[in-house]
Design a protein around this ligand. Structure first.
Ligand SMILES: [Zn+2]
Length: 412
């Protein structure tokens, strides 16, 4: 290194080399909170994509040190009302399902259950409006280095880490690609098949009948059937202090670009420009066939203006390609490849559509009133319904009816 180069490096005091950051994290267990930069771009065909960007929420209102960010995409179908309703109500429904007075660790641990409760509550509330549209939801909560993603439908969220590994944080709830979901829908009373217009073999992707929906999970879709459940796949990971990039997008992007191509197409660019470039790349490869919405979120080490470039070894690229291919063969669950390369700690992953497996078995007693709180709608009740004994938590009669209907035991 020349003197000039070494001077230039020394003259920028806020920039800490990545290696130092990682060593510091290993020594002290944590480092300063990262900054979160985002960009958004979209092209509308049907006008049914919506998104939510809330960069400065607070766990404890009025206390900026408890800040977290929320990013979400809602890809509506058969109308826009479910997408708009979820955009306006889901965040509050999730937050109200987190017990009061939690510290940060407890809050993050409670989040996966709260996401399930919030999704189901929002679906029940939307059904009560008597409208028929539906929406995918991909909902991302970022608190420090911890990312929690909950999703129904096929709007994916991918993570591009600084080690050059691209991985999927969501699962596609598409009947065509997801055998487990196909079996679940059929077992709960749904009929799965292709569109049949000529009386021969069906055409197009597998759909659920009546209704013809290609997805197996969503919010809304009251008219299709209760087996199209709003219970999200949830994954929680913790990044290393070298940070990473999330690309959250509707299927208009993913039908055109693989995860690797989307990540590679915008590496090294700031988030705002990156989002525009991903949309442009999808348009170039497939034309505008669907609504196309993309959020890019960079989780950046403290003191850096953008994600610091990491020297990428050929071996890393090769590893990511091999692992990427391996994933495409898997149906419902991403392999544990992130932790295998030591860049991300996997904290939680669960995708079951059975409510009892997602909400825990505790009876939540409100210490002030002595009443039990419904684990889904968070309304207090003074006694447990007599029909209660089952392997799950306390549910009020309305939410219990919803649970039974989702399992194909009755219709609501
Ligand atoms: Zn309830």
């Amino acid at each position: 290194m020349s003197e000039k180069e070494s001077f230039r490096m020394k003259s920028k005091p806020p920039l800490v080399p990545l290696g130092t950051l990682i060593r510091r994290e290993l020594r002290h267990g944590n480092v300063e909170k990262p900054s979160v930069n985002h960009g958004q771009a979209a092209l509308a065909k049907k006008g049914e994509d919506y998104f939510l960007i809330k960069p400065d929420c607070q766990r404890v209102p009025g206390n900026p040190s408890t800040s977290f960010s929320v990013f979400a995409i809602f890809d509506g179908h058969n109308g826009i009302s479910a997408a708009i309703f979820a955009k306006e109500n889901l965040l509050n429904n999730i937050l109200s399902a987190i017990p009061q007075g939690c510290d940060r660790e407890e809050w993050l641990q409670a989040l996966p259950r709260a996401l399930v409760a919030g999704f189901v509550k929002t679906d029940i509330e939307f059904q009560q409006k008597g409208e028929t549209s539906g929406t995918t939801v991909t909902f991302v909560v970022i608190d420090g280095w911890t990312i929690t993603v909950a999703s129904v439908g096929d709007s994916r969220c991918i993570l591009d880490t600084q080690a050059g590994v691209v991985s999927l944080l969501t699962v596609d709830h598409r009947l065509e690609e997801n055998i487990e979901e196909r079996e679940r829908v059929t077992a709960s009373g749904g009929e799965v098949g292709r569109l049949n217009i000529f009386g021969g073999d069906g055409v197009g992707p597998l759909r659920c009948w009546p209704g013809g929906l290609c997805l197996s999970r969503s919010i809304g879709d009251t008219d299709v059937g209760e087996f199209i459940v709003p219970i999200p796949h949830v994954k929680q990971v913790k990044l290393s202090s070298s940070g990473g990039r999330l690309i959250i997008a509707s299927d208009g992007i993913w039908d055109a670009l693989s995860s690797d191509v989307a990540a590679q197409s915008c590496r090294g660019l700031p988030a705002e420009l990156a989002a525009k470039l991903v949309v442009k790349e999808a348009l170039r490869s497939r034309g505008l066939k669907d609504d196309t919405t993309c959020l890019v979120v960079d989780i950046i080490p403290y003191g850096y203006p953008v994600l610091p470039p990491t020297p990428r070894k050929k071996q890393n690229l090769l590893t990511s390609l091999i692992l990427g291919k391996k994933y495409q063969n898997s149906t419902n669950k991403a392999p544990n490849k992130l932790s295998a390369v030591g860049v991300v700690e996997e904290l939680f992953e669960e995708g079951s559509a059975v409510l009892a497996e997602r909400l825990g078995k505790d009876l939540a007693l409100n210490s002030n009133s002595g009443m039990f709180r419904c684990a889904v709608c968070q309304v207090d009740h003074d006694d447990v319904p007599s029909s209660q004994p089952w392997e799950g938590p306390m549910l009020c009669s309305k939410c219990r009816r919803k649970k039974d209907a989702m399992e194909g035991k009755r219709s609501t």
